[in-house]
Design a protein around this ligand. Structure first.
Ligand code: ATP
Ligand code: LTN
Length: 332
């Protein structure tokens, strides 16, 4: 809560081209909070450098991610859209929260385990303390709800534990947030290995459908999606590929799994895959069009970054100052 208004907060890393997993699991749902909540949506560039980034790519993707937020329907008049490194309070509160987070808690984070296995040559301290920076993002804005994909639930739960621990020592400091996991887009799986999350940092571009892929590419990727040896379009155990495609088709068309099973009764996987590709491409076409228009005007995007950072700083400053006072830092 901030001034009696509930707050929604989330973030996306500018660490790669955004996928339909990011879109269905996170960004598409952000807009639904705009009316009833004070919303903050951040491009988390400081999180992105926990794995090596090429500076020019990081810079370009920061603009692109902001443009995509807007293209996906986030109106900057109704939502505070900004870049994490433009609000220095995030890094400052993260340091403080590091001193209230246990080594054991961070060691249990599955994302840390996954990413340190994947980047074995660069298991840096930032990768380890990633969740305390994320907790700082959330807690600075006295956040009530955090819309994320299911892979981030563990981080939001750790954030709750940190907030509760801090509040016990220093009462009434932070709002304790709830994760909101959208049911439909909970976890979109890789098209090449449907037991794995579809991830923007996957090296196999055929495993991933990007929001900005053109129609032919989208249809080709779905055509090649790994399924099973059956031919009947229905949900089932061990049918991870088909389950995933039914989930994706359902998200883009609003149809339930039962309706989809009926629609494709007696028709093969080939026809179904084509329908999924077409539904996906048709849903993304207006987003892509809007995105291109927004990206063509860098000056306007920069003005938006500045406005967002000013708005966010106002809230962040208030929480950080309260925390510093409670801790006994001398104010001059
Ligand atoms: P990376 O591969 O670089 O770790 P990512 O693709 O997992 O990135 P993030 O920037 O970490 O993307 O995630 C942004 C948001 O998108 C988060 O809320 C996350 O839960 C959601 N998300 C990412 N991938 C998926 C997916 N496959 N299904 C559902 N939600 C997802
Ligand atoms: N860790 C998240 C991105 C993220 C985030 C946040 C999400 C950073 N800060 C605050 C919600 C709230 C991710 O990798 N998906």
């Amino acid at each position: 809560m901030f001034n009696n208004q509930p707050v929604s907060y989330s973030g996306v890393q500018p660490s790669g081209n955004l996928t339909i997993g990011n879109y269905l699991g996170a960004i598409k749902n952000f807009a639904s909070f705009s009316e009833a909540y004070k919303c903050f949506y951040c491009v988390v560039d400081e999180h992105a450098i926990t794995v090596r980034q090429t500076p020019a790519d990081l810079r370009r993707r920061t603009y692109e991610t902001l443009a995509l937020y807007m293209a996906c329907g986030l109106d900057p008049e109704k939502n505070t859209l900004y870049v994490q490194s433009h609000v220095h309070e995030h890094a400052e509160l993260a340091w403080i929260l590091n001193c209230f987070t246990m080594f054991g808690e961070l060691s249990r984070m599955t994302q840390f385990k996954d990413k340190s296995a994947k980047h074995a040559d660069n298991i840096n301290a930032g990768l380890f303390t990633y969740p305390t920076l994320m907790a700082a993002d959330i807690l600075l804005y006295q956040t009530d709800v955090v819309p994320v994909g299911v892979d981030q639930k563990q981080h939001v739960e750790l954030c709750r534990d940190i907030a509760e621990r801090f509040n016990q020592l220093f009462p009434d400091t932070f709002t304790v947030p709830e994760p909101i996991i959208s049911k439909s887009g909970m976890k979109i799986m890789s098209l090449a290995d449907p037991t794995k999350k579809m991830s923007k940092s996957d090296e196999n571009v055929n495993a991933v459908v990007y929001i900005l892929d053109d129609k032919d590419t989208i249809i080709r990727k779905f055509k090649r999606a790994v399924t099973d040896s059956e031919t009947c379009v229905r949900l089932g155990e061990g049918k991870d590929g088909i389950n995933n495609l039914i989930g994706i088709y359902s998200c883009f068309t609003g149809k339930s799994a039962e309706e989809i099973e009926k629609e494709f009764e007696g028709r093969g996987y080939g026809e179904f895959k084509l329908a999924v590709g077409e539904a996906c491409a048709d849903a993304l076409a207006p987003v892509q069009q809007k995105y291109r228009e927004l990206l063509a005007d860098k000056g306007a995007l920069e003005a938006q970054m500045k406005k967002g950072a000013e708005e966010a700083s106002w809230y962040a400053r208030r929480t950080l100052s309260k925390v510093q006072k409670k801790l006994g830092f001398v104010k001059i």
